[in-house]
Design a protein around this ligand. Structure first.
Ligand code: DAK
Length: 285
């Protein structure tokens, strides 16, 4: 089965991530298929803009494929996987034709990072957006620590990243993540929005360093891993002082460092054995 569907109509290439049985979670094959489809659309004379969405009613993309992630054997493995994903997302971000993410449901973890790598986003009213990685004993590895603060501002991103709590479509839109659209006729309205982007130059994410407060706010983290939180804080605070590209490389290194903690293994095993709703028994090491 094709993991990314490719369809061109009226000058728009619609790329649909197509793993509805796993809520369109991104495994390596899907990453590669996204890159291939994006480059195909960029090279196609009949295509003026690209719409990226998820198959089914429920999800845009519910994250990286956690089962695949749990199979990584070392920090180097993880850093390599992270750089692979970042390369796919960098390809999307650098396309000359405008790329709009049509976020039609869950956009979690790697799913939100994928949407943020696009040039803009429309958010269906049923969408839920977040970076829940800390629940799994990891930090975002596909650009979330660097792109989210640049889109929604430091304080909101600091809270979303460190607590893992998702936000609904209306709040996401108010925060600057995209434009809210009704469920009825969502994809057609998304295409109309993309046509506006085709006629004007799409805005690009500001790659300059982002100022960070000297004393970032304290947060209540409950059961979440303090060792993972320390790596996450460092990735955010050190990364944002750098231009985007260097910040992304730094994030990949901190992502790899999660492998040295006990909490990564506890968090991933907990997800595989108990599912997403059972809090992991983190030991903060
Ligand atoms: N990976 C793999 N399978 C997933 C998945 C995921 N991220 N999300 C959902 N699924 C699967 C479920 O396991 C389930 O499969 P079966 O049990 O039916 O075989 C199926 O999709 C339907 O899910 P649910 O039954 O749970 O559906 P519900 O509607 O009840 O719940 C939910 C929907 C989205 C609230 C729930 O599925 C959920 O919380 N899912 C996990 C969300 C999440 O934590 N996302 C991942 C965040 S971590 C990396 C760099 C970056 C990353 C990874 C690696 N490298 C450098 C390697 C990023 C990591 C993330 O994205």
């Amino acid at each position: 089965m094709n993991k990314v569907l490719y369809e061109v109509r009226d000058g728009v290439a619609v790329l649909t991530v197509n793993r509805p049985e796993a809520l369109n979670a991104l495994d390596l094959e899907t990453h590669a298929a996204i890159k291939e489809a994006a480059l195909r659309a960029e090279g196609a004379r009949e295509v003026a803009g690209i719409l990226l969405t998820g198959a089914g009613e429920k999800a845009f993309v519910a994250g990286a494929d956690i089962k695949e992630l749990a199979a990584a054997r070392s920090a180097d493995d993880l850093e390599r996987l992270s750089l692979f994903g970042q390369d796919v997302f960098a390809t999307l971000a650098a396309l000359k034709k405008p790329v709009l993410a049509a976020v039609n449901g869950f956009a979690l973890g790697g799913g939100l990072e994928l949407a943020m790598a696009c040039h803009d986003r429309v958010l269906c009213e049923n969408a839920l957006l977040g970076q829940p990685e800390v629940n799994l004993g990891i930090i975002p590895g596909y650009g979330g620590t660097q792109r989210l603060p640049r889109l929604v501002g430091f304080e909101r991103a600091w809270s979303m990243l460190r607590t893992g709590r998702p936000i609904k479509a209306a709040e996401s839109a108010a925060a600057g993540l995209g434009t809210l659209l009704p469920r009825e006729g969502f994809l057609d309205a998304a295409k109309t929005r993309l046509k506006v982007m085709i006629d004007h130059r799409p805005r690009r994410l500001e790659p300059a360093p982002l100022p960070v407060p000297e004393m970032p706010p304290e947060l209540e983290l409950g059961h979440l891993s303090r060792s993972i939180d320390a790596l996450l804080q460092a990735a955010i605070l050190e990364g944002l002082r750098l231009p985007l590209e260097q910040g992304l490389r730094l994030e990949a290194r901190y992502f790899g460092a999660c492998h040295e903690t006990e909490d990564l293994h506890l968090g991933l095993r907990n997800f595989l054995e108990q599912g997403p709703r059972h809090p992991a028994p983190f030991v903060h090491r």
